[in-house]
Design a protein around this ligand. Structure first.
Ligand SMILES: [Fe+2]
Ligand SMILES: [Fe+2]
Length: 206
């Protein structure tokens, strides 16, 4: 699915701050609960795209297996939580997803492009953070996160490929420029001091 220029290049505009990484390593139990939620949300976002664009068979063929894979990740996180004695609890959502959603355009066909690009950025941030956390976390979590990093890299490339394809149908809408705009918003949300620690948050202020 990945087109010219996307493979192997992270679309992120800024790296995760060390302060986030240090706290996330320390508070991995709390983070695991949010991670489980993120996997559910990833499946649900892919399903939402299937509902929104039923006429797009390329998108359907790519995202139906992705939704299944994300739900499988959720099951794997839930099994690990049980094994490590981490209980599910309701957490307040962080600012990340809502902050990104707020800047997406609401009219078609640009909405479709923005949804695909923002999904690519979320997957790329997950990929970056799994890679950073994997060598720092105890087993079996470290090995599990290493495996997830590869899956999320595949996912962001897939979403970028779909976005480029959607863009090819829009004249005068260069996908790279819009990707850079959304990446700047994403980077701000993921790096600016935050009120709470979440998988996609900035470093908490306290
Ligand atoms: Fe996943
Ligand atoms: Fe993913």
């Amino acid at each position: 699915m990945a087109r010219e220029g996307s493979r192997g290049l992270s679309p992120l505009a800024a790296p995760t701050p060390t302060a986030w990484l240090e706290l996330a390593t320390e508070r991995w139990r709390e983070l695991l609960i949010d991670h489980a939620n993120c996997e559910k949300k990833a499946a649900s976002s892919a399903l939402a795209l299937l509902f929104a664009y039923p006429e797009d068979q390329v998108l359907t063929a790519a995202l139906a297996p992705l939704a299944r894979e994300e739900l499988r990740h959720f099951e794997q996180v839930a099994a690990l939580m049980a094994r490590l004695g981490v209980a599910f609890e309701r957490q307040r959502p962080g600012r990340y997803a809502a902050g990104l959603r707020a800047v997406l355009r609401s009219h078609e066909p640009l909405r479709k492009l923005d949804l695909l690009l923002s999904s690519a950025l979320i997957e790329a941030r997950s990929c970056e953070r799994f890679a950073l956390l994997a060598p720092r976390l105890p087993e079996p979590l470290g090995r599990f996160y290493h495996g997830l990093q590869e899956a999320e890299a595949r996912h962001y490339e897939l979403y970028l490929g779909l976005a480029q394809r959607a863009c090819a149908e829009l004249e005068g809408e260069p996908w790279r420029r819009r990707l850079a705009e959304l990446a700047a918003v994403e980077a701000e949300l993921a790096t600016r001091p935050d009120q709470m620690l979440r998988f996609h948050s900035g470093p908490p202020e306290v």
